[in-house]
Design a protein. Structure first.
Length: 304
């Protein structure tokens, strides 16, 4: 077993401990420089959570076997210290130490999140489709959460335009939620990417979806909120995006909510009226990114 495999397995073994804080574990590994060293120290503590009979080697071997099983099932397994880990997630506080994928994972992905209500209006769905179509047609990845409503419209429109879309899901990578989006999820796996920060067979939970929103915000250079009520996950993502230093675009539909009017006062928030204004705002955001994304991708939307 090579050093990289040992480190990856040691991380899985650490995260399998009951009650483990994933973020604190990642921080401890960063400070120590080795997951295997952190694991070795953990099992040698007087009040260890591991059975005394289990050595570091045994735990690493068991975790390596589990990883091999996931990979044999077509699941990509990426730790935060792997070269395959998405670069844009490394800089956020909620960085998942472990990420599971199906599809085409790219270390650098030029992406914009398009999110909103599950109970979307026809106008909201139309806007989501228009934005996703424009982004996909110009080589910008459309990121969303595979939920009903706005998310489904954004993913579907990006696919119909022949573009790339990434689904960040709030369940394990082996689950389909909602069940109605099973075919869509499989299609995204074939031509785009599905990622999850949860164990492959994990069921959805109340906590998992806000965690999913944090990763979605971190993955994208900006978040477009098409429609979102006071308790919407899209509202959570808008707050997280500002914390991550990512711009947020709010539509006039969202501005009917008190939370959106408060958010609009923050730097980095664009308030737009109509699809063309929304696309112009996204174009402005991309033009300031340290990538090839910019006005050349939206020539007809440049301000005149």
């Amino acid at each position: 077993m090579d050093a990289a495999t040992i480190e990856r397995a040691a991380l899985v073994a650490l995260l399998r401990r009951p009650g483990t804080s994933w973020s604190e574990t990642a921080l401890e590994i960063q400070e120590n420089g080795s997951a295997a060293s952190v694991l070795d120290r953990a099992i040698n503590q007087p009040e260890t959570l591991f059975p005394v009979a289990h050595s570091t080697t045994e735990l690493v071997d068991a975790a390596a076997h589990e990883i091999a099983g996931w990979q044999a099932d077509g699941i990509g397994v990426h730790t935060f210290f792997d070269d395959t880990y998405p670069a844009q997630l490394r800089g956020i506080r909620e960085m998942p130490p472990l990420l599971f994928s199906r599809g085409d994972l790219r270390v650098h992905d030029r992406a914009v999140a398009v999110v909103g209500s599950r109970s979307a209006s026809e106008q909201g769905l139309r806007i989501a489709r228009a934005v996703a179509t424009a982004l996909a047609g110009r080589g910008v990845t459309v990121v969303s959460g595979l939920a009903k409503g706005i998310d489904t419209a954004a993913h579907s429109a990006a696919l119909e335009a022949g573009g790339r879309t990434v689904a960040v899901i709030g369940t394990g990578i082996n689950r389909y939620y909602p069940a109605a989006n099973r075919r869509l999820q499989d299609h995204i796996t074939e031509v785009g990417l599905v990622i999850s920060q949860f164990w492959p067979d994990a069921q959805p939970s109340r906590q998992s979806f806000p965690m999913r929103n944090a990763v979605m915000s971190g993955y994208a250079v900006a978040t477009v909120v098409v429609e979102a009520g006071e308790t919407s996950g899209a509202r959570i993502q808008a707050r997280l995006a500002l914390q991550h230093g990512r711009p947020v675009v709010l539509t006039s539909q969202v501005m009917q909510c008190d939370w959106a009017r408060r958010f609009a006062e923050n730097p980095g928030v664009y308030v737009v009226h109509g699809t063309m204004e929304l696309l112009e705002a996204v174009n402005d955001i991309l033009s300031h990114q340290p990538t090839e994304a910019g006005l050349e991708n939206f020539p007809e939307l440049a301000f005149r």
